[in-house]
Design a protein around this ligand. Structure first.
Ligand code: ASP
Ligand code: MG
Length: 409
């Protein structure tokens, strides 16, 4: 049995927590399992290191930033090795290079290309727990690169894939993935199992529990992940290929980082959408939901959402291209929210969308735009309605007394 575990920054934030995690690792080691453990930097270490760099240079070299940030995770693995030695567990710490983690050359947003696990396997064969610094690898020039914020999750999953692990456990400060943000939705509850695709949809909407890339990798290599708390003994959430939850909807997410732009009175001719979105793409502005409608006199309106931080740049780009696109006017709504429901079960059950719209209608929530994919339905609503609407939709599909399937029984 080979298990890869990962402990996040809050789980190792101080000496007591390091000792707590060491005790848990010791427990797993006692079962006889071979153990590889990826660690994040302690607490806010990564932010503090970034702040330190800022004190010295407003725009430091990316190579040196990676060199600096990688030390955070190295502190964690060295300290954890010491904590394990204290309680009589054989352990060794390795940085990304020593662990054979080969990554792409892009500083601060590298991808793991390959892992050469010889050293790790060697250490395991000597009966040691192997502690691997998360979030880092070595590129083809022999330089340290880091994997993007939250990247230690991806280190863990990549290790699990390379070592053909039986299990990959991600320990964090929450006890699993929830049906909605518990701070917003009163009746949110822990999900026992969720599919990779559902998790990716929820993560891209800001559920934020796992690094997205780690879920993509887990999907690619079919590695079952367990997300659970390092502070409690709760069961956690299993992320895998097929769901066992017998619910249509797995989760509800709200994303308040949306702004809506409408281009009114565009000529209804080929190539107009290309002109609009080509101009925005050239400025690297990402678009989310798009809606095109035919308006008066054969002219059409094109509406779409962007992230709020991109709103000024998007408006400016469209204004600059007014002649080329040839529209009447622009309108925008800076405060819009996207409410989404996600669930693999909706693929084979027609009527989920209508059901969601009915719930929103009963709650007198106005829908501005709608977008759907196989396992997701999103609506754009006014920001002021967001929390209330999330609770309405959540309870409609997911409250205990209202479990999904019964709606369609
Ligand atoms: N320490 C890094 C960060 O704060 C990586 C991680 O925690 O996964 O983003
Ligand atoms: Mg994280």
């Amino acid at each position: 049995m080979l298990i890869v575990q990962k402990f996040g920054g809050s789980s190792v934030a101080n000496a007591d927590r390091v000792k707590n995690v060491a005790a848990r690792i010791a427990e797993s080691a006692k079962t006889g399992a071979r153990l590889v453990v990826a660690l994040s930097a302690q607490g806010d270490t990564t932010d503090e290191l970034i702040a330190k760099a800022q004190e010295i240079s407003p725009k430091p070299s990316k190579r040196e930033i990676d060199m600096l940030l990688a030390t955070g995770e190295q502190q964690s693995v060295a300290l954890m090795a010491m904590a394990l030695h204290e309680i009589g567990v054989q352990a060794v710490s390795l940085n990304g290079d020593q662990a054979g983690i080969k990554a792409s050359a892009t500083h601060s947003n590298a991808r793991i290309n390959r892992i050469s696990p010889e050293r790790i396997v060697n250490e395991l064969n000597q009966g040691r727990v192997v502690l691997v610094a998360g979030f880092q690898g070595i590129n083809r020039y022999g330089d340290v690169t880091t994997l993007g914020r939250g990247g230690s999750d991806t280190t863990a999953v990549a290790l699990a894939a390379a070592l053909d692990a039986d299990l990959c456990e991600i320990y964090t400060d929450v006890d699993g993935v929830y049906t909605a943000d518990p701070r917003v939705v009163k009746n949110a509850r822990k999900i026992s199992a969720i599919t990779y695709d559902e998790m990716l949809e929820l993560a891209s909407m800001g559920a934020g529990v796992l690094h997205n890339r780690s879920v993509e990798l887990a999907k690619k290599f079919d590695i079952s992940l367990v997300v659970r708390s390092s502070m409690t003994r709760e069961e956690g959430t299993l992320i895998r290929k097929d769901s066992i939850e017998r619910t249509l909807i797995t989760g509800v997410a709200i994303d308040k980082d949306a702004a809506l732009i409408s281009i009114i009175g565009v000529e209804n001719a080929p190539g107009m959408a290309y002109r609009v979105f080509g101009a925005l793409a050239a400025e690297k502005i990402s678009i989310d939901i798009i809606l095109q409608s035919v308006g008066r006199d054969g002219a059409k309106d094109i509406s779409f959402t962007v992230s709020r931080k991109d709103l000024p740049a998007a408006l400016e780009t469209l204004a600059k291209n007014k002649e080329r696109i040839d529209y009447d006017r622009l309108t925008h709504e800076p405060k819009i929210a996207k409410l989404s429901i996600v669930g693999a079960g909706m693929e084979s059950n027609p009527g989920v969308a209508a059901n969601m719209f009915e719930a929103l209608y009963n709650g007198a929530v106005n829908i501005n735009m709608i977008s759907t994919s196989e396992i997701k339905i999103s609506v754009l609503i006014d920001e002021k309605d967001a929390e209330r609407a999330a609770n309405i939709v959540h309870d409609h599909f997911l409250s205990k007394e209202n479990l999904n399937l019964e709606i369609f029984a």
